[in-house]
Design a protein around this ligand. Structure first.
Ligand SMILES: Nc1ncnc2c1ncn2[C@@H]1O[C@H](COP(=O)(O)OP(=O)(O)OP(=O)(O)O)[C@@H](O)[C@H]1O
Ligand SMILES: CC(=O)C(=O)O
Ligand SMILES: [K+]
Ligand SMILES: [Mg+2]
Length: 584
């Protein structure tokens, strides 16, 4: 059989493909070729490939008016096998083949990359261990360091077939300590007097001194205030103010870590005076965001979001800077203001993170679990992916096994059907990053298996979110599809989606079976990595569902990912139809 190839035709005046065409025969291509009305002396570029991202580039000078015969001379066919025109990440593929697709993991996993995990082999171990998204935290390290990590992840994706997406997390402008003059930590003992200062110390940091990033610090605090480091890991009492210096006595000893967050409390409540006026996105954050856009990260997570406006502003900034870009903006919910404006912030964002570390420093700890549940629920209702983050397996920074309480906490986040769980220090600087990831993976799999065994579907009653009648049809199709899938016990849902929207509507319903999401671009495919239950594939497809299905069945069967007789439901963006069928 002749090999079907993807042909892209563009001109030197218009580098974007004018025609992209899938064909088994050169004559078909040539007839399309004649459709291009290009001025003479324009070069035509033709790329042909069995799989789009690594095409062989074929060039033809159209100076003579574009003769088909001349063109033929230039075309050579790549030798890649037909099945390579579908792309799925190699870890998922192995998992599908090994366990069958009903048991693929639904909860997605994010790892913060730091000194413990930045080497290529360490990154690879995380990818193999199930990392769907790598997070880089701009609070730490240099842009050069982060660029290197991004490039390493990209290289692994390309060379080894992983599909790890990149999330960049901004520093935000809340009050935090400086970097301890290069020390990795400092111990504060009970009763010691420490100075917190905004002064720049040229000749090294004096003993018992901490730099603070916020200019108004000394003006805002009062003698008698309580100063909490990282939400209470260390406590101080303010005893004296001398110009820009604030002298404090340690009342709860502990370890001070570089750039630790600082909050101050008066009469039992958090003081939010002028620091409430600090911009959510600082000037350094804007530079980091430019860096993230230039590096083409998939997600931007914005720290200490206070209102929907900042998200809207950032989204229009990204739009203007990077047209056609697919960067998703994730709002980190970690301040009192973000809880107050939760619905509108989430509505404006492409997803949210329950950033329990800082959140727990701003509200009483015992309120964090109920806020987590509320945030997860609101995100589901508004159809935005949600990440549960921080201290999931904190003890594993030092120990090879988690505490029972940590396992219970991870289980609870999985049971709430959060889209993703995130490791912070455990993977960034802990001693057992791979083991921590394994714990997240096995706890997720265990609970998901238990759901299937007990046939515990969730009752699905979601408010409509569509803004047009067409969108409502898509929404209804997805709700019905998920219900049908559960009732019929189908093996998988197939969704053909260009923007990814219909895939996310299906994910929102958290059906029992996995959702194979076929999308035409690599960036949408990576973005779908964050969403519950989606197995993203990149595939070029047409408006003809019949041929899409045949092609998909053929490709997946030839790679051993599905077999004859499997029951699937297929839906698509283009046709707004539902088809139920057995794989032939
Ligand atoms: N790029 C890095 N370079 C050095 N250390 C890092 C890096 N990324 C993370 N770390 C270390 O891992 C710890 C946990 O990482 P994490 O991303 O949770 O940061 P954090 O300081 O708690 O801030 P955030 O509130 O933004 O999560 C950090 O406190 C830091 O010690
Ligand atoms: C992740 C994060 O920023 C936090 O938990 O504070
Ligand atoms: K951050
Ligand atoms: Mg935080």
């Amino acid at each position: 059989m002749a090999q079907a190839l993807n042909f892209f035709i563009s001109t030197s005046h218009s580098p974007k493909p004018l025609i992209s065409h899938r064909s088994q025969h050169l004559p078909q291509l040539i007839s399309r070729f004649s459709l291009i009305k290009s001025p003479s002396k324009t070069s035509l570029f033709i790329r042909a490939s069995a799989s789009d991202p690594t095409p062989s580039i074929l060039t033809s000078d159209n100076g003579a008016g574009g003769s088909a015969a001349a063109l033929k001379e230039h075309i050579s066919f790549p030798t890649a096998a037909d099945s390579s025109s579908i792309e799925v990440d190699s870890v998922t593929e192995a998992e599908l083949k090994e366990n069958g697709f009903r048991s693929t993991r639904r909860t997605k996993l994010i790892c913060t990359i730091g000194p413990a995990t930045c080497k290529p082999e360490q990154l690879e171990a995380l990818a193999v261990g199930g990392m769907n998204v790598a997070r880089i935290n701009m609070c730490h390290g240099t842009r050069e360091w982060h660029r290197e990590v991004i490039q390493r992840v990209r290289r692994l994706n390309e060379e080894k077939g992983y599909a790890v997406a990149i999330m960049m997390d901004t520093e935000g402008s809340e009050i935090h300590m400086g970097d301890l003059g290069g020390a990795s930590s400092a111990k504060a003992e009970d009763g010691e007097i420490w100075t917190f200062s905004v002064r720049a110390f040229d000749s090294g940091l004096p003993e018992y001194t901490i730099n603070v990033n916020y200019e108004g610090f000394a003006e805002d605090v009062k003698v008698g205030d309580e100063l909490l480091v990282d939400g209470g890991m260390v406590r101080f009492e303010v005893i004296e103010k001398i110009g820009p210096d604030v002298k404090c006595r340690c009342t709860d000893p502990g370890l001070l870590l570089p750039r630790a967050n600082l909050t101050f409390w008066r009469d039992g409540s958090l003081v939010r005076e002028r620091n409430a006026m600090l911009p959510t996105i600082s000037s350094k954050d804007w530079l980091d965001i430019d860096f993230g856009i230039a590096e083409g990260v998939d997600f931007l997570a914005i720290s200490f979001v206070k209102s929907a406006e900042v998200i809207k502003h950032l989204k229009s900034y990204i739009q203007a800077r990077a047209r056609d870009s697919d960067i998703s903006v994730i709002a980190k919910i970690e301040s009192i203001d973000s809880l107050k404006n939760l619905e509108e912030i989430i509505q404006a964002s492409d997803g949210a993170m329950v950033a329990r570390g800082d959140l727990g420093a701003q509200i009483p700890l015992e309120q964090v679990p109920s806020e987590q549940q509320r945030i997860v629920q609101v995100c589901r209702q508004l159809n935005k992916p949600v990440i549960v983050a921080s201290q999931l397996l904190e003890s594993m920074i030092e120990y090879p096994t988690p505490t029972r309480a940590e396992v219970a906490d991870v289980s609870e986040a999985v049971r709430q059907r959060a889209d993703a769980l995130m490791l912070s220090g455990e993977s960034a600087m802990g001693q057992f990053p791979d083991k921590a990831l394994t714990v997240l993976r096995s706890v997720s799999l265990r609970i998901e298996k238990w759901w299937r065994e007990e046939k515990r579907h969730e009752a699905m009653e979601f408010p409509g979110i569509a803004s047009s009648f067409g969108a409502r049809i898509s929404e209804e199709i997805c709700n019905s599809t998920a219900k049908m899938a559960n009732n019929l016990g189908v093996d998988a849902i197939f969704v053909y989606t260009k923007t990814g929207h219909m895939a996310s509507l299906l994910s929102r319903c958290r059906p029992d079976c996995p959702i194979f999401a076929f999308t035409t671009t690599t960036s949408v495919r990576r973005r779908l990595n964050l969403q519950w239950g989606l197995i993203p594939f990149r595939l070029s497809f047409s408006d003809d569902m019949e041929s899409n299905l045949n092609k998909t069945f053929f490709l997946l069967k030839s790679r051993g990912m599905i077999k004859s007789g499997d029951l699937v439901i297929a839906v698509s963006d283009m046709l707004q139809s539902i088809q139920v069928m057995n794989v032939p």
